[in-house]
Design a protein around this ligand. Structure first.
Ligand code: C5P
Length: 224
C-alpha cells in the first residue's frame, strides 16, 4: 500500500516548506496541490475563460498540459503547455485566481483524479486544503498546520520578495486573510482540519522543528 502523509492548513502555515522537506527526507513523492489550482487559474486567464467554473474550464482542469520537474540542482520547476511558469505561479495574483477557481465543485471533482494519480510507491506527501478530508481520506497520517495571521503574512511576504514581487506587509495580511476566509467558507471542500488530524501551531517553530515532529509521528505510525 502507498504510504500517504496529508498536510493541510491555511496559506503561510508552512505546508510547502515542510511537505517538500519531509518528502525528500523520506524518499516519497510530493504533491503541491495548490499548484494545480494556481495552474488552472493561469490557464483560465490565458484562454480567456471565466474563473467561475464553467464547462470549458472543467474540461481544461481534466486535460491541461502540465509538468513538474526536479532539476539536477534540486530546483523544482513547473511547466504549463511546455512553458516554465514557476515564477508566475507563485505571485499573489495567481494565488487569488486559484482561490476563485477552487470554489467550483465541478473543478474540484475534475482535479480529484489528477491528484490521486500522484500516490505512487513508496509513498506520497500531499499538501493543500483538503488532502486529509477529501482527496486522501484514508491517509494514515494527517497533519493540520496553523500559525498566527501575522506570522503567515510575514512568511508570505518573504517568499514574495524572494520571487521578486514587492507587496506591503499590511496589504498582504488583508489578502491572506480574505483568501483564507474564502477557502474556509466555500461549500465545496472547505478548508477544515480532518477529525483525525494532528494539529500543530508553527508560529514559533522552524521548518526543521516541524519536520522533526511530523517524522517522529510517522515513525510511531510505522510509516518509516
Ligand atoms: O497552497 P496554495 O497557496 O498554492 O493554494 C492556492 C489556492 O488554491 C488556495 O488559496 C485554495 O483556494 C486553493 N487550493 C484548494 N485546495 C487545495 C489546494 C489549494 O482549494 N488542495
Amino acid at each position: 500500500m502507498v504510504k500517504i502523509i496529508a498536510i493541510d492548513g491555511p496559506s503561510g502555515a508552512g505546508k510547502g516548506a515542510v511537505g517538500s522537506m519531509l518528502a525528500k527526507n523520506l524518499g516519497f513523492h510530493y504533491l503541491d496541490s495548490g499548484a494545480l489550482y494556481r495552474l488552472l487559474g493561469l490557464v483560465a486567464v490565458r484562454h480567456k475563460i471565466d474563473t467561475g467554473g464553467n464547462h470549458n474550464l472543467t474540461r481544461l482542469a481534466e486535460n491541461m498540459d502540465i509538468g513538474f520537474e526536479v532539476r539536477a540542482d534540486g530546483d523544482n520547476r513547473v511547466l504549463l503547455e511546455g512553458e516554465d511558469v514557476t515564477r508566475e505561479l507563485r505571485t499573489e495574483k495567481t494565488a487569488a485566481l486559484a482561490s476563485q477557481v477552487a470554489t467550483s465543485s465541478q473543478i474540484r471533482e475534475a482535479l480529484l483524479l489528477r491528484q490521486r494519480r500522484f500516490a505512487k510507491a513508496p509513498g506520497l506527501v500531499a499538501d493543500g486544503r483538503d488532502m486529509g478530508t477529501v482527496v486522501f481520506p484514508d491517509a494514515p497520517l494527517k497533519v493540520y498546520l496553523t500559525a498566527s495571521i501575522e506570522e503567515r503574512a510575514r512568511r508570505r511576504h518573504k517568499q514574495l520578495l524572494e520571487n521578486g514581487e514587492s507587496v506591503s506587509l499590511r496589504a498582504l495580511e488583508e489578502q491572506v486573510r480574505s483568501r483564507d476566509e474564502r477557502d474556509m467558507s466555500r461549500e465545496a471542500s472547505p478548508l477544515v482540519a480532518a477529525a483525525d488530524a494532528v494539529e500543530l501551531d508553527t508560529s514559533e517553530l522552524s521548518v526543521h522543528e516541524v519536520v522533526d515532529t511530523v517524522q517522529n509521528i510517522a515513525i510511531l505510525r510505522g510509516l518509516m
